[in-house]
Design a protein around this ligand. Structure first.
Ligand SMILES: [Mg+2]
Length: 303
C-alpha cells in the first residue's frame, strides 16, 4: 500500500512504540512506582534487562511481524502456520520471561497454526491474560487496506495462545484502533470499532478508563484491565513519552501495559515522536535494534 510520509512515520511507530513502552516498563515490572521515582529506560527489574532491552511482548510482536512480512495475509492457513512457527522459534531461543498461558501452549512446540490454536482452546481455567493483546500491534500493518480482514486476523492470532472471547475481542478493538491511527492520525478508530465487538461489555470499560484511575483496573495481568490501563494512560497525557510514563506509573505488569499503549501511541504520533535517546538504546530478540524494527514495518506495508 502507498503511504504518505506521515503515514509511513506512523507505521514505523507501531513496532517502535511497542518496543519503547516494553523496554521502559521492563525495569518496573510487578512494582508500583511512587511519585518520587523517576521513570527511565534503565533496564533491571525481575529479569535483569539491559537498558533499552525489550522483553517477551516485543519479541512476540516481532514474531508476528516477521510472519506478516513473509506471508502477508496472516489469517490464511499458511499465514497462521508462519506465525506459529515464529512463536516456536522464539520459544526455542530460550527467552528469560514468558507468560503462563503462552508457556502452556508453546512448550508443546506445535508448528502448525491449527494445532497451536487447538492447544490454546483446550487449556483449562482462566484464559483471558494480556499476553495476546501485548503483541497484536503489527497485525494492523498487514491490513492497512482491509479493515475486515484486520479484525479477523487480530482474533485469529490471539487464538493461537489466548483462545478466549475477551482476549480476542480486546485484540480486535486495539488492532483496528492502531490501523485507523496509522491511516488517519487519530484515536477515533477505537470507538468506531466498538460496533464490531460486544459493545455493551466494552463501551463502559472505555468510559471508565477515561473517567477513572489505575485503582479501578488494577488487575492488569487480565486483558480487560490491561487495555483499560493503556487507554487511561493514553487519554491522560499530552505526548507519547508522557503517556508511556503514566502506563508504567500505573504499576503491575508495567512492561505489558506500556507495550500495549505504545503500539497505539506510536501509530498515532509516529516514530518521530519517540525520544532519540530511547531509540538508540532499544534492542532485543532476535538481535534487532530500532532501525531493524523500522525496516520490518516497511517490509510489511510495502508488500
Ligand atoms: Mg514482558
Amino acid at each position: 500500500m502507498d503511504l504518505t510520509p506521515e503515514q509511513a512515520d506512523r507505521a514505523a511507530g507501531v513496532l517502535l512504540g511497542t518496543a519503547a513502552g516494553d523496554a521502559l516498563g521492563a525495569g518496573y515490572e510487578f512494582t508500583h512506582p511512587g511519585p518520587d521515582v523517576e521513570i527511565r529506560m534503565k533496564g533491571g527489574g525481575a529479569f535483569r534487562w539491559a537498558p533499552g532491552e525489550w522483553t517477551d511482548d516485543t519479541a512476540m510482536a516481532v514474531a508476528v511481524a516477521r510472519a506478516a512480512a513473509a506471508i502477508g495475509d496472516i489469517c490464511s492457513p499458511a499465514g497462521l502456520d508462519a506465525v506459529a512457527a515464529e512463536f516456536v522459534a522464539w520459544w526455542d531461543s530460550g527467552p528469560k520471561d514468558i507468560g503462563n498461558q503462552t508457556r502452556q501452549v508453546l512448550e508443546h512446540r506445535d508448528t502448525g497454526g491449527r494445532a497451536m490454536q487447538m492447544r490454546a482452546h483446550d487449556l483449562p481455567g482462566l484464559k483471558a491474560g494480556n499476553g495476546s493483546l501485548m503483541r497484536t500491534a503489527p497485525v494492523a500493518l498487514a491490513y492497512l487496506d482491509d479493515p475486515e480482514r484486520c479484525g479477523k486476523a487480530a482474533k485469529l492470532v490471539s487464538s493461537l495462545t489466548h483462545y478466549d472471547m475477551q482476549a480476542m475481542q480486546a485484540c480486535k478493538l486495539w488492532t483496528l484502533a492502531i490501523r485507523h491511527a496509522v491511516l488517519h492520525g487519530t484515536y477515533d478508530g477505537l470507538r468506531d470499532a466498538l460496533s464490531q465487538v460486544d459493545t455493551g461489555f466494552w463501551e463502559p470499560l472505555l468510559d471508565k478508563a477515561e473517567s477513572g484511575g489505575p485503582a479501578d483496573f488494577a488487575n492488569n495481568g487480565w486483558v480487560v484491565h490491561a487495555l483499560q490501563t493503556a487507554w487511561w494512560a493514553i487519554t491522560h497525557a499530552e505526548t507519547l513519552p508522557a503517556a508511556l510514563e503514566l502506563a508504567v506509573r500505573a504499576g503491575g505488569d508495567t512492561d505489558t501495559t506500556a507495550a500495549i499503549a505504545g503500539g497505539l501511541l506510536g501509530a498515532r504520533w509516529g516514530a518521530s515522536a519517540i525520544p532519540a535517546e530511547w531509540l538508540s538504546l532499544l534492542h532485543g530478540y532476535p538481535g534487532l535494534g530500532a532501525e531493524d524494527l523500522t525496516a520490518l514495518a516497511r517490509r510489511i506495508t510495502e508488500r
